[in-house]
Design a binder for this molecule. Structure first.
Ligand code: ACO
Length: 322
């Protein structure tokens, strides 16, 4: 069995916030933000938008692109660190709003690595026959956990959602067959205090704010993602030359460029959206996938490499024949 991508979709809030807009709130500048991160603008959710409403909009577009209806879905998996509430899972809210009445639904929390973790988890569940068609969503409203007075973090993070529909199909040819080919996940909780939220239901009883030692995260990011990608290459026999599109988590332009350079991936094969989306955590990869599918870059049969690294630390990569 292979988990084949039937379609993808995404949704961004209407509200565009530029670097100049942020410079009115905190001591920063368009020049500093662009030079250090590559970010030019980001989208911030309106008061009446939540992680589930963004996720629903992205899911509807993914289902339309896949040509399937709610009745066809039997797994809803939402990667998010900013759920609508502590419980129930945002996935069951989305499931109900989409009119899906069978199968199962749950959230998965691996911060910025959430989408890679979710694709890997959905793939495993499809492989074992526990589901046949999965809606895998990355959705975030990081604007709700940002300390808007902290210039070291508020310029980086943003809101959005993306989704893919995966279907269990008989595995095709080992080299040309479509679907998720291999994934590798990692975590090392010794780094948990370098990127965290200083609140929670069981500690403070508050939602809390994101705190980050940016330089420490940066220091580990490139080595961690390139190591796990090397593991995926070793497991599959593919190399950097075989990759048609590299779709990394969109945290920072410098991390993306350095990772591609270290792996020997041609810069023309790298999909970059951080300039317009900022860091949307678990939503960044499916948002970037959808951009590259819609503009005609990613085509059926292309070999697509996704990777992410984030709070925990967690990190991972998946190789997908689109
Ligand atoms: N505007 C202007 N100056 C700023 C800003 C800002 N927005 N933020 C920080 N500065 C200042 C700092 O105070 C510091 O000043 P000082 O030298 O007087 O102390 C100076 O700029 C340099 O700060 P550094 O933190 O050393 O800057 P750096 O080049 O490391 O860039 C950044 C900071 C962009 C955060 C970088 O470290 C980074 O991208 N790290 C990775 C972060 C990341 O990707 N996080 C997401 C991981 S995914 C997840 O799980 C959520």
């Amino acid at each position: 069995t292979r988990s084949v991508v039937l379609g993808c979709g995404s949704y961004l809030p209407q509200n565009v916030v530029t670097n100049d807009d942020l410079a009115l709130r905190v001591d920063t500048s368009d020049e500093w933000i662009q030079q250090r991160t590559g970010i030019r603008e980001r989208r911030i959710a309106a008061a009446d938008e939540t992680t589930s409403t963004l996720g629903i909009a992205a899911a509807r577009r993914a289902m339309a692109a896949a040509g399937i209806s709610a009745a066809d879905i039997d797994l809803v998996l939402v990667a998010t660190s900013t759920p609508d509430s502590t419980f129930p899972a945002t996935a069951v809210i989305i499931q109900a709003e989409l009119g899906i009445e069978r199968g199962f639904a749950f959230d998965l929390q691996a911060v910025c690595s959430g989408f890679v973790y979710a694709v890997t988890t959905a793939d495993a569940l499809l492989q074992t026959g526990q589901a046949t068609r999965a809606l895998v969503i990355g959705a975030e409203t990081f604007s709700r956990i940002i300390d808007w007075e902290d210039r070291t973090t508020c310029v980086l993070f943003a809101d959005g959602a993306g989704a893919v529909v995966l279907e269990a199909q008989p595995a095709g040819d080992i080299k040309t067959g479509r679907g998720v080919i291999a994934s590798r996940l990692r975590a090392d909780g010794r780094h948990r205090s370098k990127l965290f939220v200083d609140g929670g239901p069981s500690t403070t009883g508050t939602v809390g704010h994101l705190r980050m030692e940016g330089r420490e995260v940066f220091k580990h990011a490139v080595g961690m993602v390139t190591d796990v990608i090397e593991d995926v290459f070793a497991a599959t026999g593919y190399t950097a030359d075989d990759i048609d599109w590299f779709v990394p988590h969109q945290a920072n332009r410098r991390i993306i460029d350095a990772s591609a350079r270290k792996l020997g991936i041609d810069p023309e094969k790298v999909v970059v959206t951080v300039d317009r989306h900022g860091n949307t955590s678990a939503a960044s990869i499916p948002l970037a996938l959808d951009v590259a599918v819609c503009d005609g870059r990613i085509k059926r049969g292309d070999l697509v490499l996704i990777e992410a690294m984030g709070g925990g630390f967690t990190w991972g990569a998946s190789l997908i024949r689109w």
